[in-house]
Design a protein around this ligand. Structure first.
Ligand SMILES: Cc1cc2nc3c(=O)[nH]c(=O)nc-3n(C[C@H](O)[C@H](O)[C@H](O)COP(=O)(O)OP(=O)(O)OC[C@H]3O[C@@H](n4cnc5c(N)ncnc54)[C@H](O)[C@@H]3O)c2cc1C
Length: 413
């Protein structure tokens, strides 16, 4: 092991969840890693902006093959134990309240079909959790969804726009608390050099093996050579992959979606965590002392692009424009969940943040046939000792990070 580690010089491009977990896993195995990120902070993009739902496959009901749900469940049940390989991670400290799934009027699927799907997810979860000896987020609750009578709806939910409401055992992990833990673990690991504000612009395969990684830093263009390269740069992955001969497995799109945060403590029973399905609806997540997450798709999905490099959406919106998106999204949710109107918060406590979602599929989620309703054609593609990872979801970041580390070692021989 030590001999092989000595021969390897590994670059990981992108210190989001996927790159950071991959670097931590490689360091655990005795490798030194240079971890490049174009921003001045690790875990500041999609992994920071996301809702943090650790998916049990419930939302992927349009994929009748269950391939997406199976993939999510594998990642979800392993999530906490994998994180504990790298840092003192306790899901209970950053967990949301459990989600209710509301079947909104105009849903692409009706309550009966959804109930059938949720049962299939539950059965698959039980099979895998027992085979692997793992427990979803340490909850001991399995994957369950119970259809509620209207009298059982939680306080503050308006039944009028709903055809049904399910109480589920699905939860989220606060991505901002997750980011803080991962940043601390990176800083404490002497085998990882985090190269902040280093934007990788190209990776070139060298004729005698190895790769030249070209990057911009402090207004200068520089390069260094590495034996092994992992590209975990999410929505900036494709232009780096193309010269190495790696292409996405199908037509794809990038979407910019707001995931607003309200930084006030919220009592667990004051606002329910809600996911409204099936189509262009949204989510409210109660992170208790860590605050509230809120997104409403029709107002919060502000950009969609099929270009290889999507627009720099982050830079496009002023704070005032971001707050206007928040106001419209909050209002859409307040109508459906009037309890939100009783929350005491000021504009300063709102962070109207957003992130990019890369996925196969070029039509939006209101199209019943859209490939966006499936998320299983993800994972690793390699060309010799260059590897590109599409983790698909936050749920799957730790799961794929371990597989990427395996792939890097296997390719090194
Ligand atoms: C609003 C929203 C809600 C979501 N909700 C959920 C959810 O509830 N559950 C779930 O499972 N998933 C969810 N997702 C998806 C999830 O966020 C992503 O699948 C996941 O975070 C991707 O992780 P990543 O590390 O690949 O990407 P990122 O976290 O974006 O990391 C990529 C990193 O690469 C860096 N980078 C990019 N280009 C370069 C370059 N050229 N050079 C150097 N560094 C570079 C970036 O700065 C960034 O730090 C959501 C996404 C969004 C946007």
């Amino acid at each position: 092991m030590a001999g092989r580690a000595d021969r390897m010089r590994i670059a990981v491009i992108g210190a989001g969840g996927a790159g950071a977990c991959t670097a931590l896993e490689l360091a655990r195995r005795g490798h030194s890693v240079e971890l490049f990120d174009r921003h001045d902070e690790a875990v500041s993009q999609a992994t920071f902006a996301n809702e943090g739902k650790i998916h049990l496959g419930l939302i992927y009901a349009k994929d009748a093959s269950l391939a997406t749900a199976r993939q999510m469940i594998e990642g979800a049940i392993a999530f906490e134990s994998l994180m504990q390989r790298w840092l003192p991670f306790c899901a209970a400290d950053m967990r949301s309240t459990p989600f209710y799934y509301g079947v909104h009027r105009g849903s692409l699927m009706g309550p009966d079909a959804l109930e059938h799907h949720y049962r299939r997810c539950g059965a698959y979860h039980d099979e895998r959790a027992s085979a692997l000896g793992l427990d979803y987020l340490g909850l001991g609750v399995g994957c369950r969804a119970r259809r509620l009578a209207e009298a059982e709806y939680p306080d503050g939910v308006d039944p009028a726009p709903l055809d049904a409401l399910f109480e589920t055992t699905e939860h989220a992990i606060d991505p901002r608390a997750f980011a803080a833990c991962v940043r601390a673990a990176l800083a404490a690991e002497p085998r990882i050099q985090l190269r902040r504000s280093h934007r990788v612009t190209a990776v070139e395969a060298l004729p005698r093996g190895g790769y030249r990684v070209v990057f911009e830093h402090g207004g200068r263009r520089e390069s260094e050579t590495f034996s092994d390269v992992a590209n975990t740069s999410w929505h900036e992955r494709l232009p780096l992959d193309r010269p190495l001969g790696i292409r996405p497995p199908g037509p794809y799109s990038h979407r910019y979606k707001f995931g607003h945060r309200i930084a006030i403590p919220v009592a667990p029973d004051r606002i329910p965590s809600l996911t409204y399905v099936q189509g262009p609806f949204g989510d409210v997540v109660n992170f208790r002392s860590n605050g509230l997450f809120l997104s409403w798709y029709p107002t919060g999905r502000t950009g969609m692009s099929t270009a290889e490099t999507p627009p720099d959406w982050h830079a496009l919106y002023s704070h005032a424009e971001r707050m206007a998106v928040f106001d419209r999204s909050f209002e859409a949710w307040r109508k459906r969940c009037p309890a939100l109107g009783t929350l005491p918060f000021t504009g300063e406590q709102v962070d109207p943040y957003g992130g990019v979602i890369y996925a196969l599929g070029t039509t939006d989620v209101d199209d019943a046939q859209s490939r966006l309703h499936e998320r299983h054609e993800i994972g690793l593609q390699s060309a010799r000792r260059y590897h590109s990872l599409d983790p698909g979801k936050f749920t799957l970041v730790p799961w794929w990070a371990v597989r990427l580390a395996d792939r890097i070692e296997a390719a090194a021989g």
